[in-house]
Design a protein around this ligand. Structure first.
Ligand code: AMP
Ligand code: TRP
Length: 360
């Protein structure tokens, strides 16, 4: 039995992935993407990237800077900023440990198959199911007729991202659940109408406790668009800034240190962050610091975060000084991505009855 049949699944024979083709066991394929819509923060690190990096140990991973998605933001994007953020996000992913040898890292707009496949799926997706998407409803609210078609079509582009690569697993935050379900629905409908072309993906969510809350309002998620400057820890913040932000983090008037999201959201968030950056259990940390007051506890959390970010920041600076290397890695990533996406798209086009060029 050759490698091809081992890797082959219910889809269209083998999944062409030269770098991985020498593996002799069935390997899970992972796809995820992140929008270059702001500076990455501690929530992105603990809620997404830590998991992305770990998945490289057990799966074929494909990670994408989804710049086309970032263009759909209801607040119109600035071209210069989009370009800069795209490089920053790719640099951040490399600095955090996405390994461009083992995994594929690329920029969405460098692989034109994504937009072409979106059109095919546009003809399979229903207006009704898109209109009902919670994220679209939320983002378009109060904008009336001025909302862009791109925002409406966002989940179809995301479907193309995932299905083009026959991804089995899609690690995402809880808020993406509906988008992944839609990708499954569209894939299933396509396969049913036109024949088996696509693998149906499933969402995988990070374990509970990886939701990082705003330091100033611990009942809300830390977020690049909503958090105040004092509420967010950016991955490139200087150690002094980080320390200052943790010192002014909102807690409560009692001085006990224990994990209780409902009663003590601020302290619980700090404990979870502490645990997230050190790998030590929340309960162990609570027991160690309870009784010592909030001051020393906050200092310890700040120190641990600074320590955790130090290698990231060092690596980021190194890469920042070598833009040519980052550009070359992204070009190679796009090339490898196309090796998978192009044949998938071709099969989909033929299945749908589009006449192959050169045939009549
Ligand atoms: P965003 O930066 O909002 O585009 O989020 C990209 C991904 O980062 C999300 O899908 C989540 O997986 C993760 N993420 C963002 N903010 C947080 C947070 N506060 N806590 C945990 N994970 C987060
Ligand atoms: N919509 C996702 C988010 O905001 C980003 C994204 C785009 C994505 N394409 C994807 C995530 C494909 C997973 C797979 O977080």
């Amino acid at each position: 039995m050759g490698v091809v049949s081992v890797l082959g699944n219910a889809t269209f024979g083998a999944r062409p992935f030269p770098a991985f083709a020498t593996r002799t066991t069935p390997v899970t394929r992972v796809f995820s993407g992140m929008q270059p819509s702001g500076e990455p923060h501690l929530g992105n690190l603990l809620g997404a990237w830590v998991n992305w990096v770990a998945m490289q140990e057990r799966a074929e991973c494909i990670y994408c800077v989804v710049d086309l998605h970032a263009m759909t933001s209801p607040a119109e994007h600035e071209p210069e900023t989009l370009r800069a953020r795209t490089v920053e996000l790719a640099t951040g992913m490399l600095a955090v440990g996405v390994d461009p040898e083992r995994s594929i890292l690329f920029v969405q707009s460098h692989v034109p198959e994504h937009t072409e496949c979106t059109w095919l799926f546009n003809c399979v997706a229903g207006f009704g199911e898109l209109r009902k998407q919670p994220q679209f409803k939320e983002k378009s609210e109060g904008r009336g007729e001025s909302v862009s078609v791109g925002l409406f079509d966002y989940p179809v582009l995301q479907t193309a991202d995932i299905l083009l690569y026959h991804a089995d697993e899609v690690p995402v935050g809880e808020d993406q659940r509906h988008h992944i379900e839609l990708a499954r629905d569209i894939g299933q409908r396509f396969n049913h109408r036109f024949g088996e072309v696509f693998t149906l993906p499933k969402a995988v969510h990070p374990q509970a406790g990886s939701r990082v809350m705003d330091l100033q309002d611990p009942t809300r998620k830390m977020s690049k668009s909503q958090s105040s400057e004092k509420g967010i820890i950016r991955l490139l913040d200087a150690p002094q800034q980080i320390e200052k932000k943790f010192k002014s983090a909102v807690t409560d008037s009692a001085a006990d240190i224990r994990h209780d999201r409902a009663e003590k959201p601020g302290v619980s968030n700090l404990l979870e962050i502490f645990s997230g950056v050190t790998g030590t259990q929340v309960e162990t940390l609570a027991a160690e610091y309870d009784g010592g007051g909030y001051g020393p506890f906050k200092q310890a959390v700040a120190d641990a975060v600074v320590e955790r970010l130090r290698p990231f920041q060092d690596r980021y600076r190194e890469l920042e000084g070598d833009r040519g290397e980052v550009a070359a890695l992204l070009a190679r990533g796009a090339e490898r991505a196309r090796e998978i996406a192009a044949p998938t798209l071709e099969r989909a086009k033929q299945a749908m009855g589009l006449l192959p060029p050169g045939q009549a």
